[in-house]
Design a binder for this molecule. Sequence first.
Ligand SMILES: Nc1ncnc2c1ncn2[C@@H]1O[C@H](COP(=O)(O)OP(=O)(O)OP(=O)(O)O)[C@@H](O)[C@H]1O
Length: 563
Amino acid sequence: MESTGNLSEVRNTKNTSPNTNGTLILENENALLLKKLEQKERENAVLLSLSNSIASIRNKLDLFDVIDQKLKKLFDFDDFVICLINDDQATHSAFIYNQKEDFLKTAGIAPKASEKYTLDDGMCRAMISSEKPIVFNVEEVLTWADAPAWLEFWHNKGIKEMIGLKMTDRSACIGFFYLYTKNANSLSNIYFDLLQGISLQISIAISNILANEKIEQQLVEINEYKQKLEDEKSYLQEEIQHKYNHTEVIGQSQSLKSIFHLIDAVATTDSTVLIIGETGTGKELIARAVHNSSLRHNELMVKINCAAIPASLAESELFGHEKGSFTGATERRIGKFELAHNGTLFLDEIGELSLELQVKLLRALQEKEIERIGGKEVIKTNVRIVAATNRNLSKEVEKGNFRSDLYYRLNVFPISIPPLRDRLDDIPHLTAFFIERISMKTGRQVNAISKSALNKLMLYPWPGNIRELEHLIERSILLTSGNILKEIHLPKIDRNEAVNHTEEQKIKSIHENERDHILSILKRCKGKISGIGGAAEILNIPATTLNSKIKKFKIKREHILNK
Ligand SMILES: Nc1ncnc2c1ncn2[C@@H]1O[C@H](COP(=O)(O)OP(=O)(O)OP(=O)(O)O)[C@@H](O)[C@H]1O
């Protein structure tokens, strides 16, 4: 250690003193003074270097190294541990300790940050009530009834003595600082003041580390949040590009009114909704209506089409993956479940989900938590499920293609959407709606449809339902030059599929043909004779004429209802 100017002055005095009795005493006093000065100087140097190093400490490892290197110059100790009192104020846990691999290997059950120890032991109590550091003899403490549980470990490692002192922050005890030594009586109390000064500096370093850890944690959260926002943004951009910008459900048929009633009843609950209907009947539109009328309407409704994703990617699509979790996973990606957190997850074509994924989906629904592929943490999710299918799921359960437990979990509140051919009275409203929307989109001036064209629409069986109607009107508008849609370009229906063979092969009279035609229209209109979507309108005859034909052909109610 280097000397200061003061110290060399003391040395010079010593060398020039005369050799008499009086001067001998003076010399001894000088020597003692010199020793004390040197000691003080060493302490100051260590304190100074400690406070310099502490200013740059960022994490626990830095602090461990600083204490290990700098303090060992002053004190004869083999190990040390810093414990902090936990938030519960009843326990404490190791915070800074030797984590070097060779130490952990030889140590057996080494200190662990996750382990909590009571504050109600003899050593803690003694330290909390003392303003000074305390020297503990390990063997003696082990005989106490309230010896700490962890002391046995240090005893087994050959520790004989330890100094313990409380660490404070604005006079509140925040933890303890222990120095351990294998030599008995080596920890002299002449350093106690110094040790207290050091412990104060360490407390400051710990506050900095905790503040840093908090900032780092917040940074991680901010980054995760940022990532989530980016994911949401790109998801929404994708949706806007190829999907709805309207959520209007058009139609006034009795069946649609019943569906509106069901939506009102279920929307504000968190119940799972299962929408069943043929392709193009508006299942997604209804799902959106459920979401928009729910308390989650300000959050996302995230759609996943179970039929459109390859089985190998479906799990990642639903639950996400960590970077490097499989070949091709070059970036971390959050799944649709996480994306829909606090919102609605719309599982379209749920009947197409593989049995393997059905198990995973069921678990996610039951536990309300998911794990990303390759991820270690469990992520809590709060998601409302709306599923849709064009399959008969109970039949799929019977066939073993769909798990019954998942079916029952999904089938809490089923909504069935009838095909368009079973709600003819919606056709005029839907047609008017699509004409207006498509004319606007394409810049055409079409604003109405002729009666005969509408009749053609009423007679067509609509295997593709409303989606087919929408596309057909678009095609017809593009092919029309005036502002009334007169020509409808209906696709040719495969007669083999559409009608019963035996019926067609039988040669019928004109009379029979007329009766069959009227009966089939009446069946499609469910017996409705007059008004919008009524059989008279479709047949283009007055309702009174139709009534007299019904009488003439002896068509009874049971003929109409009998499918
Ligand atoms: N009642 C309705 N009013 C207005 N538009 C509708 C209505 N029902 C369906 N549509 C329109 O028909 C098209 C098909 O609807 P949607 O995609 O919701 O059907 P889907 O049953 O989910 O079809 P898929 O089974 O093929 O997934 C969409 O463009 C939708 O806007």
